[in-house]
Design a protein around this ligand. Structure first.
Ligand SMILES: C[S@@+](CC[C@H](N)C(=O)[O-])C[C@H]1O[C@@H](n2cnc3c(N)ncnc32)[C@H](O)[C@@H]1O
Length: 409
């Protein structure tokens, strides 16, 4: 039997704590999950995909938390792939999501190929695709491993499919990202209310671009990429299991750019809690601080200080605590495909050209068949011809400017 990947071995040991954290504090990742779902909503709207039929794969799904939330949002065709049995819910229990059990991600994706997914989403998982030299992360080999999986995913997706990777990201990625999607966190609202509020804000956003401007009111300062520092300086050093990462990099994006169409953005998605004690319990369980260690062995005081320093945990005026969390978003498409908007634009352009041709043929027809009527019909036809010629010119000018603008950006 094949030896289990080192990262999967780590997850097998910390799975119980991870699951307990998510179950005990179901609202903690509300903003993060809502943001991912908002992006998928925007994508489906843009492509004209229906929620009841669009095929979605949740890759490295863990406990299946994202799939469950997607199901609640009306997505019906969901398949989750998770290689670590200890992480995902008992597959024998009734689940709204179809689970694929596989020996490897590639084998799992082979199974997915039959479904030709339009969306493959992977949350907080790509950074675990690591190659090691001894116990050190081989960064180049890890990037190649990630790139290779991206290729395999693209291979099994529908021709207009999109891979959405949301994960920890290096500064190089975050600073290169063009958009920063921020979640609104209103003054004076408690945790459940925040969840409802976020859902409302997102429901009002018809597209990702709208999301950026609608959600631009983040309170308080966020330290530079604290999420990664937290893992490297605290979790890796102070837990029995440790934590290695190969976060998203600009280099990975450059590699993908050679074969695919990519887009990068970032999301600030603070985790939310009712109290500081809840926040600490969540962190302690989720990141494996309790593996092979009793709760009383943990110096809560010291850990609380580390959480504040690295993750910027803070109390909010209206009650509730949050900690800063910032993730990179990378979308990968096989090639440039037409969105619903571009298809609509093409139809309009074609319509104008057809009308113009019709008018010209009509004028020739009148000259040939009813020259006597030409003097009366000509001014009308001429006016329409000028209107359609003007529309054609305006459309071509708009396309030219759009194209220049894209190149310039
Ligand atoms: C941090 S969890 C995220 C799970 C889930 N997507 C979420 O957001 O809660 C990372 C997941 O990736 C899986 N994973 C880690 N390393 C992996 C590897 N090398 N191959 C396949 N899956 C891996 C783990 O089993 C784990 O469930």
């Amino acid at each position: 039997m094949a030896t289990r990947d080192l990262e999967l071995q780590r997850f097998a040991r910390k799975a119980a704590g991870y699951r307990a954290a998510l179950t005990s504090f179901p609202h903690a990742r509300a903003i993060e999950l809502s943001a991912v779902i908002a992006i998928i909503n925007a994508l489906c709207e843009n492509r004209g995909w229906d929620r009841t039929s669009v095929q979605i794969i949740d890759l490295m799904a863990g406990t299946g938390i994202l799939s469950s939330k997607l199901r609640e949002s009306g997505y019906l065709n969901l398949t989750a792939i998770e290689l670590c049995d200890e992480m995902h819910v008992d597959a024998t229990q009734a689940s709204p999501v179809e689970w694929i059990k596989a020996e490897s991600l590639v084998a799992g994706l082979e199974e997915c190929r039959k479904r030709r997914p339009q969306v493959v989403v992977s949350l907080a998982a790509f950074h675990h695709l690591i190659s090691y030299v001894g116990d050190r992360v081989d960064r180049l080999a890890s990037a190649v491993k990630q790139h290779s999986l991206i290729g395999q995913v693209c291979d099994c997706m529908a021709s207009d499919g999109v891979l959405l990777i949301v994960d920890l990201a290096e500064e190089s990625f975050l600073t290169a990202a063009k958009h920063d999607l921020q979640m609104r966190f209103d003054k004076g609202v408690g945790v459940p209310a925040v969840h409802a509020n976020v859902t409302k804000v997102i429901a009002q956003c018809p597209g990702t671009i709208m999301l950026e401007s609608a959600i631009a009111n983040w309170r308080g300062k966020v330290a530079v990429n604290p999420s990664l520092r937290w893992f490297r300086e605290i979790v890796d050093a102070e837990t029995v299991i440790g934590h290695k990462d190969m976060a998203l990099t600009k280099e990975l994006v450059s590699m993908c750019d050679v074969f695919f169409r990519t887009r990068c953005s970032t999301i600030r998605c603070p985790w939310l809690f009712s109290s500081e004690a809840d926040l600490e319990s969540f962190v302690i369980q989720k990141f494996g601080f309790l593996v092979e260690r009793a709760p009383q062995e943990i110096d809560r005081n010291q850990l609380g200080k580390s959480i504040k320093q690295h993750l910027g945990s803070k109390e909010h005026d209206g009650g509730g605590w949050s900690l800063d969390w910032r993730l990179g978003v990378l979308t990968v498409e096989k090639s440039s495909v037409s969105s619903k908007t571009t298809v609509d634009e093409d139809i309009l352009l074609l319509g104008i050209i057809v009308c113009l041709c019709g008018l010209l043929i009509g004028r020739l027809g009148v000259i040939a068949l009813a020259p006597g009527a030409f003097a009366t019909i000509e001014p009308v036809l001429s006016r329409f011809t000028w209107v359609f010629a003007g529309m054609l010119l305006a459309k071509l000018l708009q396309l030219f400017v759009q194209r220049r603008w894209k190149l310039w950006r």
